[in-house]
Design a protein around this ligand. Structure first.
Ligand code: ADP
Ligand code: ASP
Ligand code: MG
Length: 444
């Protein structure tokens, strides 16, 4: 059971988590938890302050957030909690030391950043375990930095699955067998050298999926602040509704193309181990939410949901001299491989390729290398819109209906047919919300 930041935001939220966990205690849950809402952002901001040399401001900016944890502790443990107090004392001292090092740049910044940001999940998991204990559950905190083993890619570490599976089983299975409820932080992990790494923003969902897979859990539950995966981001269309069932493939496409409710990597461990994923609302625990399974069936209108991702850059590469010659695509992809850059959407003709990137930091060198192959145009400020539904590729007239609904908008790139369940296109970022609202109104 994974609880996100807003699900552990205050006293009332902790109360709700207790009820959700205790109502399913007979299923032997493992609890994975994010940092308290806004804490990860605050830790990252403190790191930025420190980097600029202002160590004092950096540590002071965290005090109100420590206080939010203390408030929860005081409410549930009015006589004090020696365990949580010492964890907080340790976190304060360590953060002060790490922020000082960031100010002096005495260690690699990417390594310091992960070590600093990990205290959100570390503190919260300790606090939640103590609160659950105080309320009578046999909870026990585990340090995820010693459970999930990753490579050295700070900020976006890849789990070493075999090692992680072994450690998770060795550590958690005896605890579960002994009737304990293991509580661990999501998002944070460690490399073989024992240094702290993180799995990328929003990565707690992924941690929970990794643990569920290692333990062959009968279900992975993602508890968040909305009722399941919805027909689109409810912050864009207030009339978005919950989708009762999604296939793994549909959910993966939605997550990848911007449905923040699931981290994009969450689905893979679930698919590999055939674990059903349920997305539920901590604020409305009785609502059923979304079930994600191997097969979901088609929706009557073929479309289940619309996702979008902003801040997209289009690269258009063309090389007339490659007309009729082989090897152009291979040469293009090798450049992306060398620069370790992920391509999202791609569309090709004989001698040109258009593709999108969702991270345009440091693309100057990439573009310079691509220019050796042909002309390169770089266009920023786009959004990817992804329409998802089982049977979308096989249905007739749907693309026409989609594009005629938004016929006043310029579409910069289209990709359809690679996956059976999605149609993806790119529009200007300023048109994105309008496009989604129109499509949502037409199809739902
Ligand atoms: P948590 O802190 O629980 O991980 P997130 O903020 O990461 O929560 O994800 C939940 C949010 O995802 C929702 O509040 C919602 O605004 C957003 N979201 C975007 N697309 C969708 C969608 N298709 N269905 C549900 N929520 C979505
Ligand atoms: N706390 C981390 C973040 O804000 C991880 C997560 O919430 O899943 O990105
Ligand atoms: Mg999240």
């Amino acid at each position: 059971m994974k609880f996100g930041g807003t699900s552990v935001g205050d006293v009332a939220a902790f109360e709700r988590v207790f009820h959700v966990v205790s109502s399913q205690i007979d299923k032997h849950p493992v609890v994975v938890v994010s940092a308290m809402t806004r804490v990860t952002d605050a830790l990252l901001a403190a790191f930025d302050h420190a980097k600029k040399g202002d160590h004092a401001a950096a540590i002071a900016s965290l005090e109100p957030h420590f206080e939010r944890h203390v408030e929860v502790a005081r409410h549930f443990m009015p006589d004090g909690s020696a365990v949580f107090d010492s964890e907080l004392k340790f976190a304060r001292e360590e953060l002060s030391d790490l922020l000082m090092r960031a100010a002096r740049r005495s260690l690699p910044l990417s390594m310091l950043k992960d070590a600093i940001v990990s205290y959100g999940e570390q503190l919260l998991s300790r606090l939640l375990a103590e609160v659950l204990k105080a309320k009578g559950l046999n909870a026990r905190q585990f340090d995820s930095r010693r459970l999930i083993m990753t490579d050295d890619e700070f900020g976006a570490a890849q789990p070493l699955i075999d090692e992680t599976n072994e450690i998770v089983r060795l550590e958690l299975e005896p605890s579960i067998k002994a009737g304990e409820v293991p509580v661990m932080g999501g998002f944070i992990a460690g490399n073989r050298a024992g240094e702290t790494t993180t799995l990328g923003r929003g990565g707690s969902d992924y941690s929970a999926a990794i643990v569920a897979a290692a333990l062959h859990a009968s279900e992975l539950q993602i508890w968040t602040d909305v009722t399941g995966v919805m027909t689109c981001d409810p912050r864009i269309c207030s009339d978005a509704s919950t989708i009762p069932v999604l296939s793994y493939e549909e959910a993966a496409e939605l997550a990848y193309f911007g449905a923040k409710v699931l981290h994009p990597k969450t689905i893979k461990p679930a698919v590999d181990n055939s674990i059903p994923v349920r997305v539920c609302n901590t604020f409305k625990p009785d609502e059923i939410g979304t079930m994600i399974l191997a097969e979901s069936g088609e929706a009557p209108n073929k479309i289940k949901s619309i996702a979008s991702k902003k801040n997209i850059t289009i690269l258009r590469i063309s090389s007339a001299r490659m007309l009729g010659a082989y090897g152009f695509m291979s040469a293009v992809f090798q450049v992306f491989d060398r620069h370790r850059t992920v391509i999202d959407v791609i569309s090709t003709s004989e001698v040109s390729v258009a593709l999108t990137l969702d991270n345009s930091d440091n693309i100057d060198k990439l573009v310079e290398d691509l220019r050796r192959l042909g002309d390169v145009e770089v266009e920023t400020g786009y959004a990817v819109i992804c329409v998802v539904g089982e049977g979308l590729r096989a249905s007739t007239g749907l693309a026409s209906k989609i594009f005629s609904t938004i016929d006043d908008v310029n579409v910069a790139l289209v990709s359809h047919g690679a996956s059976a369940v999605n149609l993806t296109f790119v529009v200007r970022e300023s048109d994105a919300a309008d496009v989604i609202k129109k499509l949502h109104e037409e199809f739902f």
